[in-house]
Ligand binder design. Structure first.
Ligand code: ADP
Ligand code: MN
Ligand code: MN
Ligand code: MN
Length: 333
């Protein structure tokens, strides 16, 4: 029987790229051919040279359609098979290869916010506000959490797809949630994070809520949404000093990192709401007001990983992981 392969790619929308997908009917999944699309409809090509190429790079079972159907994440190429300018994965592949000997692992915490219409889920539709933040983070009860049915359905879909989700939690602002992917290698964590995002949007359709990655969904005294990026090298997992060295290395390339940590980062990294100002760089043990946190267990055990708290929820994991691999990998002896 024929199967349905959902070909998924990242488009050319500015300033933040969106996801697109379309369905290919195939005899079976034994061979995933390249495919094409109209780049003039995705901000990836002019109308008179509209053809772009989809190159499959990662596939998994489709937990929504079930059966033998699959999801297929693709890189976008020009028709001469070189990487499209919107294809950040190609450069990440090169950085991952260059520093393969460091054995980087990443665990990314993806925060997001559900919206129903123009308002976050849990915010009154008359334009008023819910009770101030305090009880929502990891909360329980109909007055504290909004959208748990969607979250549970997303988690199940991710696990059915074989994605390496390591946990979920309700966040500080009502309607805001988080899932974590990893620890995994550089390309693997990025591919799986994009796939988990796709499933989040797709599952949202079923519940008629939209999942958004806006970094500062509500102005004022409401937490923004980030994508804390935890990472380690083999050396960091074996002793303490390489963790400090990595934190120091990040401090030598502050602007280069902020530039790829997601559009609107200035609005989120204000120095309030568990963030450090994007203008200053700091790191510290257990410090959730620092740019980079060294978890207390890492200090206690004398080895582990560190957490870059700066990336926005709307960041591209290909760009963030590649930048970290470049900075930390190049600095490591
Ligand atoms: P918190 O909310 O306290 O900042 P989370 O539990 O949400 O932390 O996320 C921690 C992340 O760190 C998880 O995604 C986990 O996979 C990741 N992680 C744990 N150990 C390592 C490691 N050695 N290298 C990279 N990432 C790691
Ligand atoms: Mn977390
Ligand atoms: Mn969080
Ligand atoms: Mn965190």
């Amino acid at each position: 029987m024929a199967i349905r392969a959902e070909y998924i790619w990242i488009d050319g929308t500015e300033p933040t790229q969106k996801m697109r997908s379309k369905t290919k009917i195939m005899k079976d999944a034994s061979n995933l051919p390249i495919w094409g699309f109209d780049g003039s409809s995705t901000n990836q090509a002019p109308g008179d040279k509209s053809d772009c190429v989809l190159q499959p790079v990662f596939s998994c079972p489709d937990p929504i359609r079930g059966g033998d159907n699959i999801l297929v994440l693709c890189e976008v190429l020009y028709t001469d098979m070189t990487p499209h300018v919107t294809n950040a994965r190609a450069a990440t592949r090169e950085w991952a290869e260059k520093h393969a000997d460091k054995e980087f692992l990443f665990g990314i915490e993806q925060e997001y916010t559900f919206f129903q219409g123009a308002r976050p889920l849990g915010f009154p539709s008359d334009g008023g506000f819910p009770a101030p933040q305090g009880g929502y983070y990891c909360g329980v009860g109909a007055d504290e959490v909004f959208g748990r049915d969607v979250v549970e359905s997303h988690l199940e879909a991710c696990l059915d797809a074989g994605l390496h989700i390591s946990g979920i939690n309700a966040e500080v602002m009502p309607g805001q949630w988080e899932f974590q992917v990893g620890p995994l290698g550089t390309l693997e964590v990025s591919d799986e994070l994009w796939m988990a995002r796709y499933l989040l949007y797709r599952i949202g359709e079923e519940f008629e809520v939209s999942a958004t990655l806006y970094p500062k969904p509500v102005r004022g005294d409401w937490n923004g949404a980030g994508a804390h990026t935890n990472f380690s090298t083999k050396a960091m997992r074996e002793s303490y000093q390489p963790n400090i060295d990595a934190a120091e290395a990040l401090g030598t390339k502050v602007e280069e990192h902020i530039a790829v940590y997601g559009f609107g980062i200035e609005e989120r990294l204000t120095g309030l709401h568990e963030t450090a100002s994007y203008k200053e760089y700091s790191y510290g043990v257990s410090d959730r007001g620092a740019s980079v946190r060294i978890p207390w267990q890492v200090e206690k055990e004398g080895k582990g990983y560190i957490e870059d708290r700066r990336p926005n929820a709307n960041m591209d994991p290909y760009k963030v992981t590649a930048r970290i691999v470049e900075t930390v990998g190049d600095a490591a002896k």
